[in-house]
Design a protein around this ligand. Structure first.
Ligand SMILES: Cc1cc2nc3c(=O)[nH]c(=O)nc-3n(C[C@H](O)[C@H](O)[C@H](O)COP(=O)(O)OP(=O)(O)OC[C@H]3O[C@@H](n4cnc5c(N)ncnc54)[C@H](O)[C@@H]3O)c2cc1C
Length: 281
């Protein structure tokens, strides 16, 4: 079938015999599975670091390419696990790829991450030691976010620190008719990741969408913001307007931020549980 106006041809291939191919290739480890996905053991694949760059004073950008030619397109809002062996123990941490937002189109052969390095953390100091050419183990993706949730008229995205990464991954999926308020909480303006890219994204949107940076340590910021301080009822009152329209709030950040944001939205702004999505591990 020719898809008119797209210059593309769609080829439909039909098996002669409706059965599993027995002699074509070899399944990757743990891929020979015909049970439920939820019952599958998490499998890890090797990736190589292709690009490592500093993004802020404590955040790095990693671009990884799969080593065995496998392709993995991580759906918006879902995350993977990175595994490290530390002192003989296997330790995993969750990370949300930002490839959907960056526009890098490699059909799932590459993944991009923004990772904050905690000097006293278990896994991130080890990741920080890695360089271009080093290998990492990345799991299958997981998560309970579905893009149907985005079919609403107003979306509030409340992110603190690296909580911005799932927001980046869902932003391109939001319909142009939906009003978006991205509330990006950081200590100072020097902590904001990919600020220019986010500004560029919002500049292209119509429908008076807003990208609002909120700094808790404004006196240490190189830039002023209309909104300052920590998340509070007073601050949200200036932004959260629609009470009756269909709406969704997505929240991601440290535990204290997530629980405060959820409580305020429910108690003071009458969000129901199904109007709130929490990005958690
Ligand atoms: C779904 C999901 C997606 C995520 N996506 C990203 C992402 O895209 N980018 C990103 O940078 N991070 C992301 N994270 C966070 C990431 O998974 C790790 O938690 C983070 O990288 C820290 O790992 P770490 O092992 O270096 O630090 P940890 O050892 O876990 O410590 C982190 C900090 O917490 C402190 N700490 C640890 N335990 C305690 C405790 N019991 N009490 C008080 N303080 C404590 C440590 O001192 C340190 O300062 C995500 C998390 C989730 C759940």
């Amino acid at each position: 079938m020719k898809l008119s106006g797209q210059g593309k041809l769609e080829l439909g291939l039909v098996k002669n015999v409706a059965a599993r191919w027995q002699s074509l290739g070899v399944p990757q480890s743990d891929h020979n599975w015909f049970g439920f996905v939820k019952d599958m053991k998490v499998s890890y694949r090797k990736y190589r670091i292709e690009v490592k760059e500093k993004v802020t004073h404590d955040t790095i950008y990693l671009q990884l390419a799969s080593l065995n030619n496998s392709h993995m397109i991580v759906p918006p809002g879902q995350h993977i696990h990175i595994k490290q062996i530390l002192e003989g123990m296997e330790i995993t941490r969750s990370y949300t790829p930002v490839t959907n937002f960056s526009g890098l189109n490699e059909n799932g052969r590459r993944l991009e991450f923004l990772i904050k390095i905690y000097k006293d953390g278990a896994v991130t100091p080890v990741i920080d030691q890695l360089n271009k050419g080093d290998e990492m183990e990345i799991s299958d993706y997981t998560g309970d976010f579905t893009t149907e949730k985005l079919e609403t008229s107003t979306i509030y995205l409340l992110a603190a620190g690296t909580g911005i990464t799932p927001m980046m991954s869902i932003l391109p999926e939001i319909s142009s008719s939906t009003k978006i308020y991205l509330l990006n909480f950081n200590k100072t303006s020097q902590d904001v990741m990919w600020k220019q890219r986010l500004e560029h994204f919002f500049a292209k949107r119509e429908n008076s969408c807003q990208f609002i940076n909120i700094y808790s340590e404004e006196n240490m910021s190189s830039e002023k913001s209309e909104y300052t301080g920590r998340i509070s009822k007073d601050l949200l009152t200036k932004i959260v307007t629609s009470q009756n329209d269909p709406r969704l709030a997505c929240i991601c950040g440290p535990k204290g931020f997530v629980s405060t944001a959820e409580r305020l939205l429910k108690d003071d702004f009458k969000f129901s549980s199904d109007q709130i999505h929490l990005f958690q591990g």
